[in-house]
Every structure is written in structure tokens, then in C-alpha cells.
Design a protein around this ligand. Structure first.
Ligand SMILES: *Cc1c(COP(=O)(O)O)cnc(C)c1O
Length: 458
């Protein structure tokens, strides 16, 4: 019996076509018109190798598929690694999936600004060297009410440079309930120690009072820091100090207050997420937030606040190391302009806001369309909850509609991940859940096409 199998294996291996003979097929000749010969040959070799491995593993491969597999390998060889995916998880600000999709104005701006030269650091009025910081700052002053603003690479960098420029080498007072870790690598105590400032913890995990801060202030204190708890929430017997009271205390001792807002929403739209302008109005000296969370723009760290501190930050030696690139400035400026022109329109056109504020009816409509399209897979429309993600609104439930379906075969979730474009879904027990809150109307037809293939295969 095993002898037979061995012989069979040898036969199959022997019957594998040669690279040369594959290159002579009509189909491959067409590829050679389009792609470099070297890459086509490499793809065929790799495909043949995969067949050999399969045969060794005693699975019987289908040799008629060799051209299919060669073509798939070819496509993989010439595709960038970073690629668009369809986010059917319902997590709006999904850090692993690139956070905020950009609005149309930002996309246009990126193309316009990067296909040629720009006045990135050139003053068009006097023909001399200019500053990259002036562009976005103009809109940020308008939208936050702050005296001035500066943009850096991301919010982690924003917090770091603020602490280095303003708090080092003194003591920074932080509530124990706010010593959070965000996304694995941003930990408030670590950033503080890296900045050269000294952490002075006050209060307890669940309760910090104004007098805790008051008692901790001494001649070495340089800053009071408040941190948004992000995706972590202490519930029950809790207390923290209002930002207004902190500002009042700090300023009476001639100390600055900084607030790491994390997500940072420019509008007052969401429960428990104050608008940045409210925080500025409360009198904080510096507020930091991300460009690609609730703001819905590119990756960036935004620092808004008092001019004297912003100047210090711009001149700090770290500034060059954490500086924002021109594509991010282009996208950020365009996104901010969208808010400035009409906040109501911005809620429609900025994808993050649009997805967060979508009505249940809109989502149901989209779910119904998709369910109709893929009827043979027997999807069921169910009520589910989406999440904001990005550390925003951890306790807010966003009611949504999702498609729940029995996977047509094992490892269906994995298969969807291998699609072009990959489809990222949620799995709940033995069901595949597609939350359409984060799938755009344009993506519905692509998603339909992908899912329909598996109806035929059943
Ligand atoms: C997300 C977040 C950060 C880090 O911001 P990045 O833009 O990811 O660098 C820092 N602080 C808080 C409170 C956050 O929520």
C-alpha cells in the first residue's frame, strides 16, 4: 500500500511540467507582455515548489491548477505588502487597520501637495525660509480657541516633547487612576521617565481629590498632568478632579497644567468626550491629542495651548526628531478646513464622524442590501454593537446591524483574510459576524463579489 503511494508520488512529481514548458503556454505569454520575465519565472518556480511540498505532504494536488497558482503567486510577488482591507469588524478607529480613513478633501490635498513641490518651509511673502508649523496651526487656533498650536508625528511624541520641554527635570503630578497603558507601548509612567521628568503619583486607583494634588505640590513641581483614561474605565466608587479645579489650583501656585486628551474631538458630539475647545476654555496650558482618532485625519500629534509653551516645544532639540511630514500636514490642513467650513457637513464627509453618527436605519439599509446580495449563504441580520475604538468612548455602546452567517466551510474567516482585498470580520462562537457600520456603500459591491464566490464553491 505504502509502496503504491510512493510510486504514485513519484509519478506525480515526474508529471509536473517544466518551467520552460509553462512559459510557452499561451496564457503565460500574455503575462510576459505585462510583467518582467524574471518575476514571471520566479512565480512559476515558487508555484511548482508549492506543488512539490504538497505532494511530499501526501496531499494530492491538482496539477491543472498550476497556472492558477502561478498567477496568484505572480500577483503576490508584485503587490505591495501594505494594502487596503475591508473592515467589517465595526470598530471605527481600529489601530491595527490604519485608524481613520481620510475625507475626500484630504485625499485630494495629498495628491496635489506630493506630486510636485510646495511651500512647506518657504515663506511666499518674503521669499525666505519659512516654517512647516504655520500651515495647520492657523486652523487649529480657530478650531480650538488656543493661542497657538504645533503638530508632531503622533500623540505619543506630542506628550513626550511637552514633558521634555516644559516639565523636565522637575516633578510631574499625575493621579494614580490615570497612569494608563495605551495600545501596548504607550505607558504614562514610562513616557514620563523617558522625558527626564519625575513622576509624582497622587490619590488612589479609584479616587483622587483636589487636596491630593495640593499636598503633592512642592518647590520641585513643574507640571500637573491629566491623562484621558482612554479605553479603560474605573466604575463604581470613583472620583477624579475636574479640569477647571486643577487649573485653578495650579495657576494659584504658578504651575502649568497639561491634558493628554488622547482621542481629542473637535466638536461636542459624543457623550463623555469634551470638545478640545472646552478643555482650552477651562484654562489648560497645553492639550495634546491624536490626528487620526476622533478627529478623523492623518496620523499626527497635535499640541494646542499657550504661546510661551508652544514656542519652547518648537525650539526643543526633540522637535526635529518628532516632526510631522508634509503628507500629514496636507491631509490635516484639509481635514481641519472641512470642520472650519461647516461642522454639520464635516459630520457627513469625515468618515470617522460619519460612521460614528450613522443612524440605525442607514446601517440597516446597508445590511439589508448585503443580505439580499448573498442570500444563498443564508445570512441573518442581527442587532449588534459596534465600538468607537482608539481609546474613545469605551463605555458607549453603538447599536448596529450585522450579518451573521454560518461559515460555508472551515477556516472561512482565514480565507476571507486572504482575499483581495482582505476582509476582516468578527467571529462569535461558530458564526461569522459582518458589522456593516464600517463598510462603506462602495465596498458593499466588492464584499458581495467576494462572498458570492463561496456560494458557488459549496
Ligand atoms: C491614543 C493615545 C495616545 C497615543 O496617541 P498616538 O497618536 O497613538 O501616538 C496617548 N494618550 C492617550 C490618552 C491616547 O488615547
Amino acid at each position: 500500500m505504502s509502496r503504491l503511494l510512493e510510486d504514485n508520488k513519484k509519478n506525480i512529481l515526474r508529471s509536473l511540467p517544466s518551467v520552460d514548458s509553462i512559459l510557452k503556454t499561451e496564457r503565460v505569454k500574455l503575462w510576459l507582455n505585462e510583467y518582467p520575465r524574471g518575476v514571471v519565472v520566479k512565480a512559476i518556480r515558487q508555484a511548482l515548489q508549492r506543488f512539490r511540498t504538497d505532494i511530499e505532504k501526501k496531499t494530492t494536488p491538482d496539477i491543472t491548477n498550476i497556472l492558477e497558482l502561478s498567477y496568484k503567486t505572480l500577483k503576490e510577488l508584485i503587490s505591495p505588502n501594505l494594502q487596503p482591507v475591508i473592515n467589517a469588524t465595526g470598530v471605527v478607529i481600529h489601530t491595527n487597520l490604519g485608524r481613520a480613513p481620510l475625507c475626500q478633501r484630504a485625499l485630494k490635498s495629498i495628491v496635489a501637495l506630493s506630486s510636485g513641490y510646495s511651500n512647506l518651509e518657504y515663506n511666499l511673502n518674503d521669499g525666505k525660509r519659512g516654517s512647516r508649523h504655520v500651515h495647520a496651526a492657523r486652523w487649529l487656533r480657530e478650531l480650538t480657541g488656543a493661542e497657538d498650536a504645533v503638530v508632531v508625528n503622533n500623540n505619543a511624541a506630542a506628550v513626550l516633547i511637552c514633558l521634555s520641554a516644559v516639565a523636565k527635570p522637575g516633578e510631574v503630578i499625575v493621579s494614580r487612576g490615570e497612569l494608563v497603558e495605551i495600545g501596548g507601548s504607550f505607558r504614562v509612567p514610562d513616557i514620563l521617565s523617558f522625558s527626564g521628568a519625575i513622576l509624582k503619583e497622587v490619590g488612589t486607583t479609584n479616587k483622587t481629590h483636589l487636596y491630593d494634588y495640593e499636598q503633592a505640590i512642592n518647590e520641585n513641581t513643574t507640571l500637573i498632568l491629566k491623562v484621558h483614561q482612554s479605553n479603560y474605565k474605573i466604575i463604581g466608587f470613583t472620583e477624579d478632579v475636574k479640569i477647571e479645579s486643577l487649573v485653578h489650583l495650579a495657576h494659584s501656585k504658578e504651575l502649568p497644567v497639561m491634558y493628554d486628551l488622547g482621542s481629542g474631538c473637535l466638536l461636542n458630539l459624543l457623550p463623555n468626550e469634551p470638545a478640545v475647545s472646552d478643555i482650552v476654555k477651562a484654562g489648560v496650558d497645553l492639550v495634546t491629542f491624536s490626528g487620526d482618532k476622533l478627529l478623523g485625519g492623518p496620523q499626527a500629534g497635535i499640541i494646542a495651548g499657550k504661546k510661551i509653551y508652544i514656542e519652547k516645544i518648537k525650539k526643543h532639540p526633540f522637535a526635529r526628531a518628532v516632526r510631522v511630514d508634509k503628507l500629514a500636514i496636507a491631509a490635516l490642513e484639509a481635514t481641519l478646513l472641512e470642520y472650519y467650513l461647516d461642522p454639520n457637513v464635516a459630520c457627513e464627509t469625515i468618515p470617522v464622524l460619519n460612521m460614528l453618527l450613522q443612524s440605525k436605519e442607514t446601517i440597516l439599509k446597508r445590511a439589508t442590501v448585503l443580505a439580499q446580495n448573498i442570500k444563498p449563504l443564508n445570512p441573518e441580520i442581527i442587532e449588534e454593537t459596534s465600538r468607537a475604538g482608539g481609546g474613545a468612548l469605551p463605555e458607549v455602546l453603538l447599536p448596529t446591524y450585522a450579518l451573521s452567517l454560518h461559515p460555508p466551510f472551515e477556516k472561512f474567516e482565514e480565507t476571507l483574510r486572504g482575499e483581495n482585498p482582505p476582509v476582516i470580520v468578527r467571529v462569535n462562537k461558530d458564526k461569522i459576524i459582518l458589522d456593516v457600520r464600517t463598510v462603506s456603500d462602495e465596498e458593499i459591491s466588492t464584499l458581495t463579489g467576494i462572498l458570492l464566490k463561496y456560494i458557488k464553491k459549496r
